[in-house]
Design a protein around this ligand. Structure first.
Ligand code: DGJ
Length: 737
């Protein structure tokens, strides 16, 4: 692993055992892109095909007649100087010009990786894990110094990228666009997978052809959103789960974003991703710096499942920071679907007691414990306990829950305020609101202006008071509306285009302060379910509530889609009551648990309300999960059959040593008289003899090459049950060969 600079050829070669990324300085000094893909010899000088002679309508400079930017592959392309594709960045100078030209000046190569001030980013545990290349470029006329950061990782086919823009001139310029990544491809025979949806059906995979025109996805909601996730996979058309080339691109950011793919008339493809340039205008004064969020580029030649395994491991090791990093997550019981806001201390303790009897480890008190929060019209912003409901406060309740032998967790929604709250009455100018215009409410609430440090300070002080005086092991940080009328009251007109970004930086700063003050707390992020499920959030909160839709059948799709870009250990997944609150569907409790176990696992119901038979099953599920949670959360995941394609879907996890594996299959609808289909397992030791559910043993090669039948038939392991049923197989290999 390392970075080599070939001085004569002016080429930088970043490489590890799996990948190479090659950058070449163009004839006019701009930073060009030469290669990203499977490892090639690091001493190979790459042909620079960027000089291709004069062509009609292409523009060039006199001193470089053979070179036209239009035909070049570029790392951080400018606007207005001969490249007509989407630029990576755009700045408006004080004379009104948007023309720029960045020229390579110098570079620096060093072990390790720097942090990005105020933003989440991948990090090294020890310096030898990664090497960083910094490329400094200059536009003398604008007084703009841009550093491009590239980190190559020893153990992952991953490149981390971001940029810093520094005003070294004498006048302010306005940044209107600053992508985190631009990736140019020699051809456009690609498609991408985007992960889209809405509340209750987050991150469904959808494939789009990229070979003509432009495609883009974005969020303008102020959070990364359930509509489109800030993660795409650019892949060859024949790439499937188990073979073929693909590049994953994550934006490590939780605010407005745009990912765009553009195919040009020469059959080349450009993909850019970063902060959404819509309503982004960042004035950069002389001497000031601006950092883009980070982007991650992940590569595979072996299909989407291999790509996901890389991503899971990378995010678990190089992004998650919590003391729960790499650890099995506590099995929790959350009261939300059981009580909503209608509770008192005794009701809560009754639920917690039953949870303890079942074997759960952590009880979480959800919304409704503070201010005048009896419905969703009031209370947000007043982060002090409602003593009508909890006379002994959070302190008293948390101690009683601890006395039961459970950890205690608490829900907060610190970015929001209700009109009916002391906070809003005292500070009506602390909400985002456009002058002289009606303001939209979402769930009857407004968004606090986190671009103002005094707002973040005030919320921090209130939360600190609650958390520091109680016994709290876990916090669920919710966020239940998108931002509208994004205007910071009292801020100058020239600052208004910075507010969306400053808002999310304010959110990050509050997370950072709470983590520093309470380093042992496990954070779970949430946004009406999974509307802010992104790599940036994982830096602060190692797990995220996947969706408010807890219906087992819907969850198979949501968690399956989420698994392309995010680890199982990051997916909040609970067993809830039946019929399901969101869909009205009835699914047996073991089938609900069989999907929730591919996640952080917990319960979201009143266990006093279920039958004795079901309660016994819950107890068994918890015993099972305690034994296998590390395997589920950190084992290698194999997606075997997609719920978006067939009536039966399946996935499995395999331990690193391949001795243990768990397969779960899910049936949507029972269908009579169908043929015998098979599901081939993956990732096993071909020579290992696996005992299945404590019964017969079978060689790994048989299970992988022949598979298990998915209907009643010749084998007895797989009976077809009813609608929305599941089957679980625990595989244990005793001896090899
Ligand atoms: C939305 C979350 O997704 C739910 O789990 C719950 O916490 C509610 N908010 C509480 O208001």
């Amino acid at each position: 692993m390392g970075v080599i600079f070939h001085k004569t050829a002016q080429q930088f070669h970043l490489f590890n055992n799996k990948i190479s990324y090659v950058i070449g300085i163009c004839p006019d000094g701009e930073v060009g892109h030469l290669y990203f893909g499977k490892r090639i010899h690091e001493n190979q000088i790459l042909a620079n095909e960027q000089t291709r002679g004069i062509r009609p309508l292409c523009c060039n400079r006199k001193e470089n007649e053979d070179y036209t930017k239009e035909l070049a592959l570029l790392e951080y392309p400018a606007f207005g100087n001969g490249d007509f594709r989407s630029p990576a960045y755009e700045v408006q100078q004080d004379n009104g010009s948007r023309v720029t030209n960045l020229v390579y000046v110098s570079h620096n190569i060093y072990p390790g990786k720097k942090r990005i001030p105020g933003l989440p980013a991948s990090y090294v545990n020890v310096e030898t894990e990664a090497t960083t290349l910094e490329l400094r470029c200059l536009d003398e006329v604008a007084g703009m110094d841009v550093t491009l950061f590239y980190t190559i990782w020893e153990n992952y086919p991953v490149i981390s990228r971001y940029a810093k823009i520094h005003n070294v001139g004498k006048t302010t310029f306005v940044i209107n666009k600053a992508s985190s990544v631009c990736l140019d491809f020699y051809d456009n025979e690609y498609e991408w997978m985007q992960f889209e949806g809405a509340w209750g059906r987050e991150r469904y995979p959808k494939v789009r052809n990229l070979s003509a025109g432009s495609s883009s996805i974005e969020s303008m909601r102020g959070h990364s959103s359930a509509s489109y996730n800030p993660f795409v996979i650019v892949k060859r058309k024949n790439t499937d789960e188990h073979m073929g080339e693909a590049i994953g691109i994550h934006l490590v950011y939780s605010g407005n974003f745009r990912a765009k793919a553009e195919s040009d008339m020469y059959g080349k493809l450009r993909v850019t991703m970063g902060i959404n340039p819509r309503w982004f205008a960042w004035p950069l004064a002389p001497g000031d710096e601006f950092y883009t969020p980070e982007a991650l580029l992940e590569f595979t030649q072996n299909g989407l499942n291999d790509l996901s395994q890389t991503i899971h491991s990378f995010l678990n090791h190089q992004m998650v920071r919590s003391p729960y990093k790499g650890k099995g997550r506590p099995i929790l019981l959350n009261n939300w679907e059981a009580t909503e806001m209608d509770f008192d201390e005794e009701k809560i303790l009754r639920i917690a007691r039953k949870g303890k009897e079942a074997g759960v480890e952590l009880f979480v008190l959800d919304d409704g414990w503070f201010g005048k929060r009896n419905d969703d019209y009031a209370g947000l912003g007043d982060w002090f306990v409602n003593t009508d409901k909890l006379p002994e406060g959070i302190k008293g309740l948390s101690e009683k829950v601890n006395a039961l032998g459970l950890q205690f967790g608490l829900w907060i929604e610190p970015e929001m305020v209700n009109e009916d709250s002391d906070l809003y009455r005292a500070h009506p100018d602390w909400v985002l609101a456009a002058p002289n215009r009606p303001r939209s409410l979402g769930r009857h609430q407004m968004v606090l202006d986190y671009s103002k440090p005094e707002v973040v300070d005030a919320i921090y002080d209130m939360l600190y008071q609650v958390i520091s005086t109680a016994s709290i092991s876990y916090i669920k940080w919710d966020m239940n509306r998108s931002i509208t009328e994004c205007y910071s009251q009292g801020a100058p007109a020239t600052e208004q285009g910075t507010i969306y970004h400053k808002y999310i930086k304010g959110v990050y700063s509050l997370y950072e302060r709470l983590i520093a003050a309470f380093p042992e707390i496990l954070f779970e992020s949430c946004a009406s379910g999974g509307a802010r499920f992104d790599a940036g959030m994982l830096y602060y909160a190692p797990q995220a509530w996947c969706s408010d839709d807890t219906d087992g059948h819907e969850r198979v799709k949501i968690q399956y889609g989420t698994s392309y870009g995010y680890p199982i250990a990051s997916m909040g997944a609970h067993v809830s009551a039946s019929p399901n609150l969101q869909t009205g569907r009835d699914i047996a409790i073991d089938d609900r648990a069989n999907i929730a176990c591919f996640g952080t696992f917990g319960y979201e119901l009143d266990l006093n309300e279920i039958s004795e038979e079901e309660f016994q099953k819950v107890k068994e599920q918890i015993v099972f999960m305690k034994e296998y949670r590390e395997l589920f959360q950190y084992g290698n995941l194999y997606r075997l059959q997609s719920p978006f394609e067939k009536n039966i879907s399946a996935w499995m996890v395999v331990s690193e040593d391949r001795k243990d594996a768990i397969v779960v299959t899910y049936k949507t609808l029972k269908t009579p008289n169908v043929g015998i289909d098979r599901i081939k397992l993956q990732g096993l030791n071909p020579d290992g003899k696996y005992r299945i559910n404590g019964g017969q043993t079978t060689y790994g090669d048989y299970l992988m090459e022949v598979g298990i039948p998915t209907q009643d038939g010749e084998e007895s392991w797989f009976y077809s049950d009813g609608d929305f049923s599941s089957r679980r197989y625990i595989l244990k290999s005793e001896v090899t060969k």
